[in-house]
Design a protein around this ligand. Structure first.
Ligand SMILES: Nc1ncnc2c1ncn2[C@@H]1O[C@H](COP(=O)(O)OP(=O)(O)OP(=O)(O)O)[C@@H](O)[C@H]1O
Ligand SMILES: [Mg+2]
Length: 359
């Protein structure tokens, strides 16, 4: 397998006055799986199409194994990049069987038909379609068609695999199953992969690292764990999962929030703080109790409040709690066993180590 290193350096693409992609810098190690994650219009597809060679950058370069493939001056054509791309509408040929679809890419390469047949058969086994080799796409489920597209893209053993929202046509259950499938295939083949999605769970399940994009720029490039637990910007904290933002003003050793306060010494970031502070606290990192929590081995942040709303989601309770003296509504998630009624007086307890300080 000839898996490749890939580098995007100062990559940019303008369309008229719009910077669709703006100074993107990403280096992928050989065999790495990276997601480009972000809202509609943030530049994911444009970045992917530049990597594939369908669009030329207006700034920066794309390198594969140290060789420049794209720059504003030059662009190697897609068919000479040793990459496979799966588009959102994954377009497998309706008039060809599963086997013929997968063999199609190989027919353009020089190899004996016995070798090709062997490769196709092995790939069909890997995507669990061996028993359906003779079927036509119309006779397959959405997930099976998706696996044909994956097999076709991978059988040519590309140096880089590019996928643009490959699961968006599938229903929720199948999407969840296919995420694991895509990661399993990656673990087996270790093809350097760039995966475009606006679904955070998809990015987190499949990827070694995630690049969160916003308005053409990469806001944070990190492991799924760090993206979720150590977001570095407000955008990332809010885009990846649900969170509460606490905005405060620092004076005389306390942070004054909307109607409540906390001693700044409580927080591990106390030394870095200037005059304004924004904290991100995940709903599941706030404990609810009827009485103030007992003593603990380290200082906790406790706020009195009132339950204003609740929703039961089966796997957890979702509460909205207003702190005493405040107009804020704090979202708190608890296990299904922790039950409060709207109007109940409660205490919210936060471990300061789980409050993320956003610059
Ligand atoms: N050919 C083009 N001409 C002009 N503007 C374009 C062109 N292609 C993309 N854009 C603009 O560039 C920006 C980024 O588009 P892109 O398709 O990369 O977004 P995306 O992140 O893939 O979004 P989505 O999740 O909706 O697919 C958008 O504002 C889009 O309107
Ligand atoms: Mg797109």
């Amino acid at each position: 397998m000839t898996t490749s290193r890939l580098a995007l350096r100062g990559l940019g693409r303008r369309f008229g006055s719009i910077a669709a992609v703006d100074n993107v810098n990403i280096e992928l190690a050989a065999g790495e799986f990276l997601s480009l994650l972000g809202p509609s219009g943030c530049g994911k597809t444009t970045t992917l199409r530049m990597i594939a060679g369908f669009i030329k950058p207006t700034e920066g370069t794309i390198e594969m194994n140290g060789e420049v493939l794209s720059s504003p001056a030059t662009s190697r054509p897609p068919e000479r990049r040793n990459m496979s791309m799966i588009f959102q509408s994954y377009a497998i040929w309706p008039h060809m069987t599963v086997e013929q679809n997968v063999a199609f890419g190989l027919s353009l390469r020089k190899m004996t038909s016995a070798t090709a047949r062997e490769k196709v058969a092995r790939m069909l086994d890997i995507v669990k379609l061996g028993h359906l080799a003779g079927r036509y796409p119309a006779e397959l489920s959405g997930g099976q068609q998706q696996r044909v597209a994956l097999a076709r893209a991978m059988v040519i053993e590309p140096g880089v695999l590019l996928l643009d929202e490959p699961l968006s046509n599938l229903d929720a259950g199948l999407r969840e199953e296919m995420r694991f499938e895509i990661r399993r295939l990656h673990d087996e083949f270790k093809i350097t992969t760039v995966y475009v999605t606006h679904d955070q769970a998809e990015a987190m399940v499949t990827s070694d690292r995630v690049a969160v994009m916003n308005q053409g720029r990469v806001e944070q490039l990190d492991t799924p764990h760090a993206i979720y637990n150590k977001p570095t910007t407000r955008f990332v904290a809010g885009f990846i999962g649900r969170t509460n933002f606490f905005e405060g003003q620092v004076a005389n050793g306390v942070i004054r929030f909307d109607g409540f306060e906390a001693p700044i010494s409580l927080f591990p970031f106390a030394a870095d703080v200037k005059d304004r502070v924004t904290l991100s606290v995940r709903p599941q990192n706030i404990q609810l109790s009827k009485t103030p929590p007992g003593s603990s081995d380290r200082p906790l942040w406790t706020l009195g409040g009132t339950i204003v709303h609740r929703a039961y989601l089966g796997e957890y309770w979702d509460y909205l709690v207003t702190p005493d003296g405040s107009g804020l509504q704090i979202r708190v998630s608890t296990s299904p066993a922790v039950t409060f009624e709207a109007g109940d007086r409660v205490f919210m307890t936060i471990d300061p180590a789980l409050a993320v300080h956003l610059p």
